[in-house]
Design a protein around this ligand. Structure first.
Ligand code: GRF
Length: 211
């Protein structure tokens, strides 16, 4: 088995494209001393993303890096990697970042890019996961924190939380209840990084060491 990271204060970079409630939950967990981390930087690819205001309200530096300002998507991602490195980020948390991550970006942070998805993966990857779950008629959905690979919502799973679906649920009511769980599991999964408890086995699965 390969240990993903040794214990120690995490230097986090957060990538987000929108509302930023998961960023806020991570910042709160850091402020409350539950997540042993420093959020060094928030990067958004959208200039009107509310996450930028939330970062400034939390006194966390943020930067807007927009793909449209680069000739190639690899140039855009190289700029992100360099920016993250310039503030010593060692783990990157995607928090509603609405883009796939390219190979070279992934290789720059081996097993060090993490995402949260509003479904119990490997079911319902991609956009509108709560809607997909309702349309499939499943009784239980939830959220998943996973390590990012080149696929869409495909990497090794770190943590999940289940959310029962009621027959009265619509996409919004389900997404809202899932979000409550997202805000609880994301910092906990990152705390496993801080504690050096995440390993990858030969089948590319996450194994969590006892505390
Ligand atoms: C969340 O539902 C998350 O699971 C998904 O995008 C949404 C982001 O919400 N990846 P927010 O911007 O963190 O509020």
């Amino acid at each position: 088995m390969i240990r993903v990271r040794t214990p120690g204060l995490l230097t986090l970079g957060v990538l987000a494209s929108g509302r930023g409630s998961n960023f806020e939950a991570l910042a709160d967990a850091v402020a409350q001393g539950k997540l042993h981390a420093k959020i060094a930087l928030v990067i958004s690819d959208k200039d009107n993303a509310p996450v930028l205001e939330k970062a400034s309200a939390a006194n966390i530096p943020s930067k807007l890096i927009m793909p449209g300002n680069f000739a190639k998507i690899t140039d855009y991602e190289n700029e992100i990697v360099q920016t993250l490195r310039s503030v010593n980020v060692d783990v990157v948390a995607l928090a509603g970042y609405m883009r796939l991550i390219g190979k070279s970006f992934i290789e720059s942070f081996p097993c060090g890019i993490v995402n949260i998805h509003p479904a119990l993966l490997p079911s319902f990857r991609g956009l509108h996961a709560p809607r997909q779950a309702i349309e499939a008629g499943v009784r239980i959905s939830g959220c998943t924190v996973h390590i990012v690979d080149e696929g869409m919502d495909t990497g090794p799973i770190i943590m999940q939380a289940a959310v029962p679906i009621s027959q009265n649920d619509d996409e919004n009511s389900l997404a809202e209840r899932i979000l409550v769980e997202e805000h609880l599991v994301y910092w906990q999964a990152l705390q496993l990084y801080a504690e050096g408890r995440i390993y990858i086995d030969k089948k590319n699965r996450v194994v969590i060491a006892e505390a």
